[in-house]
Each structure stands twice: as C-alpha cells, then as structure tokens.
Design a protein around this ligand. Structure first.
Ligand code: ZN
Ligand code: ZN
Ligand code: FE
Length: 765
C-alpha cells in the first residue's frame, strides 16, 4: 500500500461562488481523501491526506475536473506531515483581511438544472423568478465586498427558510453554499407597478399584468440582473415607434431578447460560433446578420440602415417567465446619455415618462451593469462592450505591475485598477459627458478599489483636457496626493491590445478610430505606432485633412466630405450627395472657412475619412449617434463581393513618417458616384482600399515589426468586414495579426492601456 502523505494546496483563479468547495468535497469523498477545504481572500485552501497515488489523482482532478464556472489559474501544493485524520470537511472562511484577494465571479445566466425546476410544477421553485444555484445567478451585481459570502451581498436581508438553509448546508446539494439561494417562501419577489392609478400586483399576478401590458403594445421597465431594461414587443412596429419617440432615440438600433435559439434562427443567421456565444453563461448581446428569408418578420424600425441585429437569450429566470415564447425589445433602461437605472426609486423617478408600467423586485442591485455586446470574426470573439457576464473578471497580465487607477476616455468609458498580475476593468459606464455618467464612473472605480483592495499609487487619464474623465482625474489625483500620468489616446489603445495578448515586446499597430488628441495637439485617428508601455514612436499616419468646425464635422459627415474632397482637389459638383446636402450660400461660407483655415483643426482620423466616404456614396449626411456613418458603410459594403481593382491610397515618406493619403480614394469614389455607379460597390471598394493600404504599409515597415506581429486596434476595427479581410491578407503576407478578444478595440478598452502606461511610470520612472 502507498505511504500516507498530506499536502497543503492553494487554488487561485475564479474559484469562489462557483461551486468549487462542494466539488472538492465530493472529489475527496469519491477518492477517499481526508482533510479540509475552505475559502479565504487568496482563493481556496485545501489540506488533503491519503495514499500517495490517491493524492496525485486528487491534485490532478482539482484543475482538470473543476466545475464549469471555475477558472483555475494556479494549483500550488507542498507536503506537510500527516496528522492521521479520517474525515474531509468544509471549513469556514477566515474573516481576517488578507492583502491579496481573489476575483469575484461575473454574473451567470440561468443554468439548465434551474431552468428545468423553473418549469416543473412539482418543484417548490416552480415559476419562481429568482431561482439560482452554485452554477448560476447574480454575482458581481449583488456583491458589496469580498470574500463572496451571503452577508456581503444584497441577499443579506433575506433569511433563508429551513428548506433553503438545509440545501445551503448540505455538501451533496447543488445549492451547497449558494450565496443567493432563495425560494418563494424566503426570497425576493416581483411587483407590477403600473404608471397611473391602477393597483399594483405581486408574484405571478405581476408577471401576468406585465405581459398583458406588453401584449397591448405598452412599454415596460423591467428590473433585471444589472439594471433596468425598457421592453416592448419586437414584432410590433407601433410599439417600437412609441419606444423610439419616448426614449428620444431616433435611429440607434435596439437589441432584442428571443426565447430560444430556434426562434433566433427564424429572423437571423446563426453560425456555430454565434450559437455558442448566445447560449454561453455570459449571455451577451450577439450581433447577428438578419436572415434574407425570415419566417418571423421583425420591423426594420429595430435598426434602420442595419443588416445586423443585436440578439440575446434570456439570462434570468424572470426573463424566461416574461418572454413566454415572445421576442421582446430589451434596451437599456435610461434616457439617452444617462447611466442605466439601478434602484426601484431611481427607475420610477427617471423612467416614468417613458413607460406604462414597472416590473420591479426587491433584490437590490449593488452594481449597475449593462448587457455586454459581442461580434465575432472567424470564430473568435470581438468584444464591442464588455460588461455584464464579463466584469469584473480581470485581464491577467504577463508581468507584475504597480497599483494604479485609470479613468478611460470620454466615450464608452470604463475604469481600470491594477494589482499584481491583474487588471480589473469596470463594467461599461457610457459617455461621461454628463454629470450622472461621470458620477457612475467614479462610483465604479471606488467599488473596484474597495472590492479588490487596491491602493492606487498613481492615476492615469487621457491627454485631452476637454474630457470630463481627465478633469476628474486631475482633481482626484490632487485630492489624494497621487501623481498623474496623461497617456496619449492611441498609445493607450496599442498597449491595451498588447496586454490582452500578453505581448511584452514593442508592438507595431494600426490604431484607427474617430478621435484622439495627438502629442502635436492635432486630432489623430489614423495612426501607425510602434510602442509598448514605456513609450511609442509614430511611424505613419493618414494624411491630415481639415476638420472644419470640430465636433460639428462629426455630427455632419457631409461637412467632412466637402472638406476632404476639397483637400483632394475634387470640385464640388452638384451630382455629389454631400454637395446636395449644402445650400449654395452655406457652401460658400464653408469654402471660405476652409480656404482661410478658420476653426479648422487638422485631423488624421480614419473614422472621419470613412464618414466622408459614407457621405460621398450618398449613404448618410447627418448622424444621430457616434460611428453611425461608418457602421452603415460597412453594412452596405457587406452586401457585395470584392470586384475590380480597389481604389488606392498614395503612400509617401515625409519627415521620417509614412503618410497614406486617402484623397485619391475619395476622388475615385466621387467619380464613380457621378458616373452612376452602385453605392454598395463603391462602399466595398473603399473598404478594399483601406485593407490594401494597411497591407502595403505593414509591408513597408516589415523590418520594424518585432516578431512580425501587427496590431489592429481602435474603434474602426469593430468593423468585421475590414478586420476579417485585413487579418487574412496580413497572414498571407507572413505577419501574425493581433486583434482584440478580451477588451473592446473601441474606447471601452482604453483604460487598460492607460493603466499599464502609468504602472510602468510608477515602477520605472
Ligand atoms: Zn442553477
Ligand atoms: Zn426558502
Ligand atoms: Fe479611440
């Protein structure tokens, strides 16, 4: 027989609140191992005693057989003296604060076992909207502090009944130490509160009343996991029009929630990867192409000008009950630039003018967290918005870093805190241009600091003095006596990309986006940078063009188009859509403005270049949300295959930089528009031109690309058509392209890069 050995084991990663201790307990019983297991602030600790061979099998299974929600990063063990124990037990968490903490799990969609119980009339949780277990349910959104234990969550106010407590205490049960465990007798409940005089209703009646309101084309505010949604029937053009009018959201697409995959297939094209994403435990909104032959017709008003649709499946039991086979619009419960509503009072105060009733509940949401949004490229995730289901899962860094706080940019803001090998990114906050959203960003950063016990030694922000986040960072750093690091926008994008890939060498990256302040005080956005956390070199850029009227040019692509056509020496002839968009008198004013360079900042923005292209093909002269023109240009280009020679950028060397001039591309597009060419084919050729330019520039800089890596980052690379084709062409040319899979290429990923630049300054000066 084997000699008896005892080992002390440490398991790190996301191993709390995911059923890991019960798993260890069952494993120990199965193999005949004595000892104990427990949670502490550093993860899971185990002592195990048995024969040598058994212990080896036990250690091996700790990682290999871990429960589905666990993300084991490290199993560390060493031998200690056997004590002759005969039992295996789960022991209590020590309450002492440790200096290291373990990531709390993100929120998890309803699991299959719970879904079956929800639908089983003989189950005591039949149709109970808060059913959950150790494999599913809210986590991050209900957690006030770590370690993750019921008293530190918003479930603390509900005392478990005898039956629930017995499940909670029994290691053989699926709900053993399920911190959010609840049932109709002891847990939270829903309430229907109509706007107006009608009486409120509770429990099953509340859901019935909400469904009746939806059936009559009403708008309902639904409290979910991370905040409120505004819901209406997705099959009703009238309900959608009402929602648009009340929410003051004219064109931005609405996401829908469909009851199951089969229903999604009736109106959208669902590939294998889409199906996996839709059904995954994160349950993000997945951007899908609309079906050409739908058997369930959803109104075009869901997303005017879009060939895609954001779709998600139900992730809370309440959604399951509410949908009951219908497809619903489920859009964030906010007024256009405000944060998502979190508390019942907040929702009633702010959303009453928008809705006909509220489906509320009394489980408090501690952290407001919007739905995440994902596209995919060649079977890999491309995050557009990283929030519920992902936050606060950290990005594991390739090296240890100093603790810093980064506050992000202006649009799609997120905050980031670093510690040891981790970067904790906040949930998506939104555009911090107004007071409420900025307050939400401040709150999110403070919560991360508290939750993960980070004491930042430095603060990081953008170079742009006009960003609300920059202004906050300046005062916040001063108030705490911390040094501040201002990070150039595109440098931050580059570093974020390298970080998520664990790339430690300098990276040559194409950083293409809408706007970011350059080190020369002009507006950048079509940049080729070589750099790492310690700094960067600008090796190339789009030829600068005037940006007449600054932000006005962003809202009105035709203004950008006229400026760029003029810069390219293309006459403003009447047949061109941007010309037609301007009355002759104002056109003359614009011409004078361009001539005298009045209020004309120079920009190298690729986003603005694509806006100009969208205007020239006649697609869009005004936008009502950021990136709209470029998104619609992609949609249009996607409808046709590549054909003919692409338009071509000209490349030139200028002051040690490689400059790519888009003037000839726009001139060629204008010529084809005037010749009556189809808009889709022209849009396609613009895409092809950008693709070929990237490959040509990469090739010209081949000797400067460490490891033959080429990074693709910035909001322009949310464009799937462009990203997919550039990746393929770069591979073909012998490069290894690097794109985003963990954090968004847009400004939602900016804080990660800022943090690493500041952490580098903190450590190395
Ligand atoms: Zn479950
Ligand atoms: Zn109960
Ligand atoms: Fe950006």
């Amino acid at each position: 027989m084997d000699a008896v050995v005892r080992v002390r084991v440490r398991v790190r990663g996301t191993v709390q609140g995911v059923g890991y201790r019960p798993f260890v307990w069952s494993l120990a019983h199965r193999l005949g191992v004595a000892g104990h297991v427990g949670n502490d602030a550093d993860g899971v600790f185990i002592e195990a005693e048995s024969g040598e061979g058994v212990i080896r099998a036990f250690l091996d299974a700790l990682e290999r057989e871990a429960p589905p929600l666990a993300a084991v990063e490290e199993v560390e063990h060493h031998r200690i003296s056997p004590v002759g124990e005969g039992q295996f037990a789960i022991v209590a968490s020590p309450t002492t604060a440790a200096d290291r903490v373990t990531p709390v799990s993100p929120d998890v969609a309803l699991c299959e076992a719970c879904r079956r119980e929800l639908r089983d009339p003989s189950d005591r949780r039949y149709r109970y909207p808060f059913i959950n277990c150790t494999d599913c349910g809210p986590r991050f959104t209900i957690t006030r502090a770590l370690p993750y234990d019921r008293p530190r969550t918003t479930m603390a106010v509900f005392t478990m009944c005898a039956l629930c407590q017995a499940e909670y205490d029994d290691p053989s049960q699926r709900r053993f130490h399920a911190q959010a465990n609840a049932c109709p007798d002891c847990g939270p409940h829903v309430e229907w509160r109509p706007v107006g005089d009608a009486a409120s209703r509770v429990r099953e009646d509340a859901i019935t009343a909400a469904r009746a309101c939806l059936a009559a084309d009403g708008i309902v505010a639904v409290k979910g996991i991370g905040g409120f949604h505004l819901a209406c029937r997705a099959t009703s053009a009238a309900a959608i029009a009402t929602l648009r009018a009340r929410k003051h959201r004219e064109e931005k697409p609405f996401a829908v929630m469909a009851p199951d995959l089969e229903t999604v297939r009736r109106f959208a094209i669902v590939g294998d990867e889409d199906a996996r994403l839709l059904q995954g435990r994160e349950r993000p909104i997945v951007i899908l192409a609309r079906s050409a032959v739908p058997t369930l017709d959803l109104p075009a008003g869901l997303g005017p000008g879009h060939h895609t649709l954001g779709v998600m499946l139900p992730y809370s039991p309440l959604h399951e009950l509410l949908l009951a086979g219908e497809v619903l619009v489920m859009t964030s419960g906010n007024l256009s630039d405000e944060p998502i509503a979190r508390t019942n009072d907040e929702a009633i105060e702010r959303l009453s003018p928008l809705v006909d009733g509220f489906l509320l509940h009394d489980r408090e949401i501690h952290v407001a967290t919007d739905d995440s949004v994902i596209r995919h490229v060649d079977g890999r995730e491309l995050p557009i918005r990283r929030s519920r289901g992902y936050a606060p899962y950290p990005v594991r860094l390739p090296y240890e870093v100093a603790s810093v706080l980064a506050v992000g940019g202006e649009l799609k803001a997120t905050g980031c805190l670093t510690r040891d090998h981790y970067a904790f990114l906040s949930q998506h906050i939104g555009d911090v241009g107004n007071h409420e959203t900025l307050a939400a960003l401040q709150h999110a950063c403070a919560h991360l600091e508290h939750l993960f016990e980070v004491s930042p030694r430095r603060v990081a922000c953008d170079l742009h003095p006009g960003y609300a986040s920059t202004q906050w960072a300046i005062t916040h750093a001063a108030a705490r006596g911390l040094p501040l690091t201002r990070v150039q926008h595109h440098h931050a994008h580059l570093v974020a990309l390298a970080a998520e890939h664990g790339w430690r060498e300098p990276l040559l990256a194409f950083v293409f986006d809408g706007t970011g302040l350059g080190t020369d005080q002009t507006i950048w956005g079509g940049e080729v940078l070589l750099g790492d956390a310690s700094g960067f070199e600008r090796l190339g850029h789009l030829a600068p063009t005037p940006l007449p009227g600054g932000d006005a040019a962003i809202r009105r692509p035709s203004r950008m188009a006229l400026a760029q056509l003029r810069a390219a020496g293309v006459p403003w002839s009447d047949g061109l859509p941007p010309v037609a968009d301007w009355p002759e008198a104002s056109r003359a004013v614009l011409a004078r403005q361009l001539e005298r360079k009045l209020h004309c900042a120079a920009t190298t923005s690729m986003g603005r270049f694509l806006d100009a292209a969208a205007s020239i093909v006649g697609l869009r002269q005004r936008v009502s949300y950021e990136g709209q023109a470029a998104i619609e240009l992609e949609a249009l280009a996607t409808t046709v295959p590549s054909h003919g020679a692409p338009y071509a950028f000209t490349l030139r060397e200028q002051g040690g930089s490689l400059v790519f001039d888009g003037g000839p591309v726009l001139a060629a597009a204008a010529r084809d528009v005037l010749a009556g060419g189809p808009a889709a084919a022209i849009a396609r050729r613009v895409h092809d031109a950008v693709r070929e330019m990237i490959v040509a520039v990469a090739d010209a800089l081949r000797d400067r690309a460490p490891g033959m890596r080429i990074g693709l980052t910035g909001g322009v690379f949310q464009n799937v058509l462009l990203t997919r084709e550039v990746v393929a062409r770069l591979r073909h040319a012998g490069f290894t392209p690097m794109t985003h899979h963990l954090v968004p290429p847009n400004d939602g990923g900016l804080a990660l890069g800022q943090a690493l630049v500041a952490a580098h300054v903190e450590r190395h000066g």
